[in-house]
Write a protein that binds this ligand. Structure first.
Ligand code: FES
Length: 369
């Protein structure tokens, strides 16, 4: 599957780096603590939490508009930054945060408890978490093989179903007959609804891949839940230069973001898209990218392949074409989507070129069978 670890800025799913913080519950003073949430749009909201309770659970009981998905410390959707106070991981719980991120103040609210009154920063606006995930039925419209290992799946919402999402967010599709969920980001935008497009990487023996290759047919019904995730277009940065780095089907949420910028009113920002696959045969959506370059004169695309670069391609991963003069705007915002090594490399390179860490948003795509 493609997916999905979005972080405030970066999201990981690194089991080997689990941070488990042990604590002795008998040491905890049995008082209620006040939590202040500082949203990126300047809105603050307060609520109280009981000791030894998940901050996320308590917040949701009070109707706080927080993003979340797994509620078990593995997806990073609920990531925040501790500004003031003391928050620890709950006894016995684990989170996918790296120790270095934990030390920087990042916390996952679903597996965290407050040890004092706390002030928490969130990298999204107060209106973002008000959209809750819902389950809808969709009909398959088309299944196109667009590269050696990629399928474009187009679906249409069943009559009476309603869905809205932020460009970059993802949905979970229930694989028919298996009952397994797989997560994919639409490459389309809200404007295309009731139709939605997904770019799906085919994995040998993969559950969704096998379904798409052997059973999927036009007009079949799929059940889809969403939207999820904290990786989405940040409207507050819309005037800044944009850099998009996409590896493989990580292109899907990036196309949705680019198209949303294109469809919005006003002057378009300077945009650079670097997209790459392993080989020229694995590349896809090149015509779509070229079209967007024509529609958006402020967009420049660079196409990369790891092996066998042809004329017009860059050799190497999508980080390799980044150059010194690509970052001239100090407020440049970057969206990264692809495998973790690409995200790590792109983050380091962008910071080296002068992009602020807090302006880098990333989502890791994980292949799953
Ligand atoms: S880590 Fe998934 S909701 Fe908290």
């Amino acid at each position: 599957m493609n997916m999905h670890v979005s972080n405030l800025n970066t999201t990981q799913n690194l089991d080997e780096h689990n941070v488990v913080v042990e604590q002795n519950s008998s040491d905890i003073e049995k008082t209620t603590h006040q939590i202040t949430l500082n949203f990126s749009d300047g809105v603050t909201k307060k609520f109280n939490v009981s000791p030894n309770k998940s901050i996320l659970d308590e917040a949701l009981k009070d109707g706080m508009p927080l993003l979340y998905q797994c509620r078990s410390g593995s997806c990073s959707s609920c990531i925040c930054t501790l500004n003031e106070g003391d928050i620890n991981t709950m006894n016995g719980a684990s989170s996918t945060l790296l120790r270095s991120e934990y030390d920087l103040g990042h916390r996952l609210l679903c597996v965290s408890q407050a040890e004092a009154d706390c002030s928490i920063d969130l990298a999204y606006g107060s209106e973002v978490g008000t959209t809750s995930a819902q389950e809808v039925n969709v009909f398959i419209d088309s299944i196109e093989h667009i590269a050696t290992n990629t399928v474009r799946l187009t679906v249409e919402l069943a009559e009476g179903s309603y869905m809205e999402f932020r460009p970059g967010q993802f949905m979970q599709i229930n694989v028919p007959g298996v009952g397994t969920l797989r997560s994919y980001s639409p490459s389309s935008t809200n404007k295309s609804l009731p139709k939605m497009e997904f770019l799906i990487r085919l994995i040998p023996g993969g559950i969704m891949s096998t379904y798409l290759k052997k059973q999927a047919e036009v007009d079949q019904i799929l059940t889809l839940t969403g939207p999820y995730g904290a990786f989405f277009l940040r409207e507050e940065h819309k005037r800044a230069s944009h850099i998009f780095i996409a590896g493989g089907t990580g292109l899907a949420p990036i196309l949705s973001i680019i198209d949303t910028v294109r469809q919005s009113s006003g002057v378009k920002p300077k945009m650079l898209l670097s997209f790459g696959c392993a080989t020229p045969e694995a590349l896809f959506c090149l015509d779509d990218i070229q079209l967007r370059e024509q529609w958006l004169p402020s967009l420049e695309a660079r196409i990369c392949v790891d092996h066998g670069a042809k004329e017009g391609h860059y050799s190497g991963n999508p980080v390799s074409p980044l150059q010194e003069n690509d970052v001239t705007d100090p407020n440049t915002v970057a969206y990264l989507c692809g495998p973790q090594p690409m995200i790590d490399g792109a983050t380091a390179r962008l910071i080296e070129l002068g992009v602020k860490a807090e302006n880098i948003f990333a989502e890791q795509f994980v292949a799953s069978n």
